[in-house]
Design a binder for this molecule. Structure first.
Ligand code: FMN
Length: 334
């Protein structure tokens, strides 16, 4: 590996360039909400994991009130690692946002985050426009996280539609949060929409500083021997490698429509996959399901990405962001 490239390698990215102080991350690799350890809080954050070496860590989404989650089974396949060994590329889950509620999170967990070297980004979800704003008000004056990601893939109590399925709902959720906080807001969008650019633009116009694309795709699997759906709720969310090409396309489309950073997430298992999202227009990436196969995955992915950039003689991340082309041969590095 050329020593010179390592010496000058700068992996830092700014995930809120529109805010006065910006939001600098040391590198573009993060842990996606809900996928590190079991629930992403408490025992999920193993003390020995070098989490501070990642760009950021997103704990599981917090809701207004504590939730115990959905009926079992909540996962299929039960061991994603074993599934990958036999070539299975999807994970279905229906965890149901198990969490202690935002007030407990702010009182008990945020102080622990503040004491650590890890860059935490809080994730939350409301079920009405009023509740999004109320939840954001609980974060005022709390330290321990550098941004708030809004999990907009949750249903609105009034009509059952997911917030990120409609531009007006997206706007209602984000603008309420924007009124309550000066922290950077990342809007995490659903992939299951006819036109991601419409939702992306609504999110940015209502105050999002970055977009996270994407959450899981609605999915179902039936065991034909028993005739039963494998998840306790019937339907779940599909994640893992099968989601990647869908998310890459959505990132690429959204990147043409907005000028805020995009965080790509969906099926990233290797540094090459991370680079693919960056080339499609993402500024950073989150690693989700890969953690369920290997808790070392985000650290390995970061190392692999650095090695790729070094091989391509690229020493800043932004040199590859948005370089994907199909009109000019040879436009890609390497
Ligand atoms: C078991 C599981 C739990 C998840 N929980 C959350 C969550 O609480 N909040 C959220 O915004 N996304 C949640 N997600 C979605 C992931 O953060 C991510 O967007 C999605 O899984 C796609 O990335 P991946 O293919 O790398 O897993 C969850 C995903 C899985 C597999």
């Amino acid at each position: 590996m050329p020593e010179e490239a390592w010496d000058t390698m700068d992996l830092s990215v700014n995930l809120a360039p529109g805010r006065p102080e910006g939001l600098a991350l040391g590198n573009p690799v993060m842990i996606a909400s809900g996928t590190f350890g079991y629930d992403g809080y408490g025992r999920g954050f193993a003390a020995e994991a070098p989490l501070a070496s990642l760009g950021a860590v997103l704990p599981k989404t917090f809701t207004r009130h504590a939730r115990t989650g959905n009926p079992e089974p909540r996962w299929f396949p039960l061991s994603f690692r074993e599934a990958l060994e036999v070539g299975e590329t999807t994970l279905l889950n229906s965890v149901g946002l198990t969490n202690p509620g935002i007030e407990t999170a702010m009182a008990d967990l945020a102080p622990r985050w503040a004491d650590s070297e890890v860059n935490f980004v809080m994730s939350m979800a409301g079920d009405s426009a009023e509740q999004w704003e109320e939840m954001a008000s609980f974060t005022r004056g709390v330290i321990g996280f550098s941004a708030i990601e809004l999990n907009l893939s949750c249903p609105n109590v009034d009509d059952g539609a997911m917030f990120s399925h409609h531009p007006l709902l997206t706007e209602a959720a984000i603008s309420g949060v924007r009124r309550q906080t000066d922290l950077p807001i990342w809007a995490k969008l659903s992939p299951n929409v006819p036109d991601i650019t419409e939702i992306a633009c609504a999110a940015v116009e209502s105050g999002a500083d970055a977009l996270t694309i994407s959450n899981t795709v609605p999915a179902m699997h039936v065991d034909v021997e028993t005739g039963r759906a494998v998840l306790g709720t019937g339907y779940g969310g599909l994640s893992g490698p099968a989601l990647r090409p869908i998310a890459v396309a959505l990132v690429h489309k959204a990147a043409q429509a907005v000028d805020v950073p995009i965080i790509g997430v969906g099926g990233i298992m290797t540094g090459r996959h991370a680079a693919e999202f960056l080339m499609a227009g993402a500024t950073a990436v989150q690693v989700g399901s890969a953690n369920l196969a290997d808790l070392n995955a985000p650290f390995r992915i970061l190392t692999e990405l650095e090695e790729l950039l070094t091989r391509w003689e690229v020493n800043t991340v932004d040199q590859i962001i948005g370089t994907a082309r199909w009109d000019e041969p040879g436009a890609l590095p390497g």
